[in-house]
Write a protein of this length. Structure first.
Length: 420
């Protein structure tokens, strides 16, 4: 199908050139081959080393369940919705996707929805006092997929967000693995298993460092530096562990707070127990590597169902969500306030993390704040005087976040970096 489409486009252009006597048969063939190669290279660059077989291999001992049943809130539908909303900050737009001209790219199309409570475009909704109240969030009436929901008041005490640090993920470069005496259990896409991933509490199993002080000394010097990694809206899944493993392959230690670790909190995914040993078992056979798996860390039967979902069959959580364009455009002020609560959650979690950073990160030669997608938004916007001192040696790495005013920010000033 791909070749036929390219051939049709090539023949159409060649016929125009032929009318000017500028394209012979060889030129047409060359044009076709050049275009086909260009498209295939583009696909290869987009997909990397992941193949259908790689994804299929994710049916392994970690969960004993096919990967197509692994739930996640950060789905392909979310990415499509994001593309649809790229230009939606200023309210209803002219053209609907249903009536879009044929061939118009999805990201240049737009949608219409009745804007029922549009607030001032530059009125920030991030007053700390506003988070002490219940937030009502509405969705369009003429649909049955979603329903109105509420977000309860948020505690302002950082101690209530300690779970993010206490259940944080750690990814270690090979030199740290060797010095701690840990067994390697993950690796980059080159299929070399020489790094380690687990929950932070599992570092206590290191044979060569049985006390926290011994681990602090080793971890402060075995890595080139440390990255504090803020995962996306689906938790530490998909590209999040891949980015972390690639950072470890470059010599950096990674600490990734888990925003889904509180069963009584605003969002939750049940963890897989004994994560480091599960990963080691999954990666003992070369054909069964976990790098391209969607979910290596959470119980696959424990999805974080959004409170906006019209269902009663499973527990739901108010800060799990689907970025649905029609919902956001129908009640813009509600959703601007909602996404401010999402950032507030990440802000309070990071406040606790920064206040309780291990000494090996405080003593590291370089420290980076890294974030992906929702975590990229958090890493860009978050500012803490203590952390800024550490970031002076490294910096911020923002992944899959545009650093611009959009539906995720309630006002234009929230699109800055580091509070600037």
């Amino acid at each position: 199908i791909l070749a036929q489409a390219i051939l049709a486009q090539t023949l159409a252009q060649s016929s125009r050139l032929a009318s000017n006597n500028t394209a012979g048969p060889l030129a047409v063939i060359a044009m076709f081959v050049h275009r086909l190669i260009a498209v295939l290279v583009s696909i290869a660059c987009t997909c990397g080393a992941a193949t259908a077989e790689d994804v299929k291999q994710c049916t392994h001992a970690l969960a004993g369940m096919p990967s197509d049943r692994i739930a996640d809130t950060d789905t392909e539908e979310d990415h499509t919705s994001f593309l649809q909303m790229r230009s939606s900050r200023k309210g209803p737009l002219e053209k609907t996707t249903e009536n879009a001209e044929e061939g118009t790219p999805l990201w240049s199309q737009s949608i219409t929805a009745p804007a029922q409570n549009v607030a001032s475009e530059d009125a920030c909704l991030n007053d700390p006092a506003s988070f002490d109240t219940t937030l009502d969030v509405a969705v369009p009436r003429a649909q049955t997929k979603y329903w109105n929901f509420t977000v309860p008041p948020m505690s302002s005490s950082t101690e209530d967000y300690s779970y993010a640090m206490e259940q944080a993920f750690v990814v270690l470069p090979s030199r740290c693995v060797l010095r701690l005496g840990l067994e390697p259990n993950v690796g980059d896409a080159d299929r070399l298993i020489n790094q380690w991933m687990g929950r932070i509490e599992e570092l206590a199993t290191a044979p060569k460092a049985t006390t926290s002080s011994e681990r602090d000394v080793i971890l402060a010097h075995c890595a080139c530096g440390w990255a504090i990694f803020a995962h996306g809206s689906g938790g530490f899944t998909y590209d999040n562990p891949r980015y972390s493993i690639m950072l470890a392959a470059a010599g950096y230690g990674v600490l990734a707070p888990d925003s889904f670790a509180s069963s009584t909190g605003l969002r939750y995914k049940a963890p897989l127990k004994n994560l480091s040993s599960r990963l080691r078992e999954a990666n003992t056979r070369q054909q069964n590597l976990s790098f391209w798996c969607e979910n290596n860390v959470y119980d696959p039967t424990s999805g974080c169902t959004a409170a906006m979902e019209n269902q009663t069959s499973s527990p739901s959580y108010p800060l799990c969500y689907n970025s649905d364009p029609q919902a956001i455009l129908s009640h813009t002020e509600d959703w601007r306030a909602f996404y401010e609560r999402v950032f507030r959650l990440r802000q309070l979690e990071l406040d606790y993390v920064v206040a309780h950073l291990p000494e090996y990160i405080r003593q590291a030669p370089k420290v980076f704040l890294v974030g992906e997608s929702e975590g990229g938004m958090a890493a860009a916007r978050y500012s803490n005087p203590e952390l800024e001192k550490l970031l002076a040696s490294g910096g911020r790495i923002i992944l899959q976040w545009s650093c611009e005013s959009n539906y995720y920010t309630s006002c234009s000033e929230d699109a800055g970096v580091g509070g600037l």
